[in-house]
Write a new protein. Structure first.
Length: 318
């Protein structure tokens, strides 16, 4: 008997990105205009800086997988129903509140959640749960097809191989004109101020590297706190704020997007994503190291490690 794991497992933790504050499946005429502005700027020698986390890629499924696996091991039954809709910001107190954790328990549980999250979030294995924001891959392909250079920017220096694999799996261009530009944050002694300074320096170096690829004509970013900085650093560029889980407030005015879908696109049903493999694409199970983990292989030979807490699987005979 040979076990087959449907690729549905990759999306099973994501019921929808459209509920609550995440509205990435929405479309509008205003959004069409911003997307058309971006496309109109694409040309040889023109650089688009595209943020990775919560802009091109949805990391909420990763966070759900990490915390549900931890909760199962530690007997934290209050997190048994944790879902992506509970993650609308990077504030764990807010996440726990949305998940229905009693107010009196949130403060103590938050400390444990942060610790568990920190151990796993930056691991290469956890990347298997990331999914593209709907329409992000299609936009990247349109820009690239017109000759533009894409700089995928993010704080993923410890996850480069996994990030490349994820982008390739979801159809994002990756070549000389579509490069990963990762922030390498050095470990420094000291407290929060020292760490923040190191993170800023890493960010500045990454942006300088991206700017060295050509003329920066556009930036797409979800963090409102960074939007103002981008508009100051690249005053001639179109800086677009994607309204997902980053801070929504900006001092400067400019275009924003709920997502990357156009009114002419077929809007997927909740739980579907146009940029992920068809749910019937089989993954061959090659090993089950423990009760929470499955090692699988795609038809193309790519090896994946998947954590399956809360996911139903099925088996088929040859």
């Amino acid at each position: 008997m040979r076990s087959l794991l449907s690729a549905t497992c990759l999306v099973a933790l994501v019921s929808t990105s459209a509920l609550a504050d995440y509205r990435t499946l929405e479309t509008s005429a205003a959004q069409d205009r911003v997307l058309e502005q971006l496309s109109a700027l694409a040309a040889p020698g023109k650089v688009f800086i595209l943020d990775l986390d919560s802009t091109l890629l949805d990391t909420r499924p990763r966070q759900v997988a990490i915390l549900r696996a931890w909760a199962a091991r530690e007997g934290k039954t209050e997190l048994s129903g944790l879902s992506v809709e509970h993650f609308q910001s990077w504030d764990f107190k807010e996440t726990l509140k949305r998940a229905g954790v009693p107010i009196k328990q949130i403060k103590a549980l938050e400390k444990e959640v942060k610790k568990a999250w920190g151990k796993e979030f930056w691991s290469a294995e956890a990347l298997a749960f990331d999914l593209p924001i709907a329409g992000a891959g299609a936009l990247a392909r349109r820009l690239h097809a017109k000759g533009a250079t894409l700089a995928y920017v993010g704080r993923r220096s410890t996850q480069e191989a996994g990030t490349r694999a994820a982008l390739a799996r979801f159809g994002f261009p990756l070549d000389e004109r579509a490069q990963l530009v990762l922030e390498v944050v050095e470990k420094v002694p000291g407290g929060r101020k020292a760490r923040s300074a190191a993170a800023r320096e890493a960010r500045e170096k990454a942006l300088a590297q991206a700017a060295g690829l050509g003329e920066v004509v556009a930036v797409v970013e979800n963090d409102g706190l960074r939007i103002d900085g981008f508009r100051a650093q690249f005053p001639k560029a179109l800086v677009v704020h994607l309204l997902t889980d980053g801070p929504g407030f900006t001092n400067s005015r400019g275009p924003s997007l709920q997502g990357f879908l156009r009114t002419s696109d077929t809007v997927p049903h909740p739980g579907q994503n146009p940029d992920v493999p068809h749910p019937e694409t089989p993954l061959t199970v090659v090993g089950v190291p423990d009760g929470d983990t499955v090692k699988a292989e795609t038809p193309e030979g790519e090896r994946l490690t998947l954590r399956l807490i809360g996911i139903d699987t099925h088996e088929k005979d040859d």
